[in-house]
Write a protein that binds this ligand. Structure first.
Ligand SMILES: [Zn+2]
Ligand SMILES: [Zn+2]
Length: 259
């Protein structure tokens, strides 16, 4: 991927490989702008993220790598932040980074993308679950705290699909994203999951294109070998919809690059 802004490190406790290994893979696959956006610390679900004390080390490690590889690749620094009311922390929101990805991984405290809690999908009307999820995405956009929307339709991860038309469920969220001037990430992690497609789906990406919402790309790599996987697939997906350029961020400033 020419731009790849969503990648993790071992600090989140569920990824493997060194920062150098991720970058090597990115260089091999001709990435021009490669960003780390590891799970930001939070006082909820601390098991799957770095601690507040580790923020400094994370930022230093990435900035040192940026300097080390500056003649080969542009390294960017970010965080993937959970949009979870009452648990977002100023130390993260005000961190000196290139960008923040806002992601929804919890509906009313339920970690719906964690296989451990998959049983919950059977306990509620599936359309209601989907609507709650996209209402939370809409709230996140309205909060204007983030630069990028992470994996916008993550709720499809285990392929529990709604009966209602998805474009109707997601419409208000997309309009809010446009209004908040956010960038939509095309994230390939879905290809590695039961749903076997990118986030967002073709339908939602077409809607985003109609609304003139800019895009960026993310491997969402949790191991070096996942960097740039499915690159060709997502570039084709974006081009088929009509996109010709994508975004990266430097110090929260948006820059466009053709792909
Ligand atoms: Zn993760
Ligand atoms: Zn995520």
């Amino acid at each position: 991927m020419i731009v790849d802004l969503h990648n993790h490190t071992i600090l989140c406790n569920h990824a493997t490989g060194s920062i150098d290994e991720y970058i090597q893979k990115a260089i091999e696959t001709k990435t021009a702008y490669f960003g780390f956006s590891d799970h930001a610390p939070m006082d909820f679900d601390p098991k799957y993220r770095m601690s507040f004390e580790q923020m400094q080390k994370y930022e230093e490690d990435v900035l040192n790598a940026k300097e080390k590889y500056k003649n080969k690749i542009n390294i960017l620094l970010g965080y993937e932040v959970d949009y979870l009311k009452g648990h977002m922390d100023d130390r993260v929101l005000n961190a000196k980074v290139d960008y923040l990805i806002g992601s929804v991984h919890f509906i009313e405290g339920w970690g719906f993308d964690n296989p451990e809690f998959i049983g919950k999908y059977e306990e509620q009307d599936i359309d209601e679950i989907w609507q709650k999820y996209f209402d939370t995405i809409e709230e996140m956009a309205n909060s204007k705290l983030f630069d990028i929307v992470g994996h916008i339709d993550l709720i499809k991860v285990f392929k529990f699909m709604p009966k209602k038309e998805i474009s109707l469920i997601a419409k208000n969220a997309l309009v809010a994203i446009k209004k908040a001037d956010m960038v939509l990430e095309i994230n390939v992690a879905g290809y590695r999951k039961p749903v076997e497609e990118a986030y967002p789906s073709l339908t939602l990406l077409e809607l985003a294109f109609k609304l003139n919402i800019p895009i960026t790309f993310g491997s969402d790599a949790h191991e070096p070998n996942q960097v740039s996987l499915f690159n060709d697939k997502v570039i084709k997906l974006a081009k088929d919809v009509g996109y010709t350029e994508c975004v990266y961020f430097q110090n929260h400033k948006r820059k466009f690059i053709k792909f």
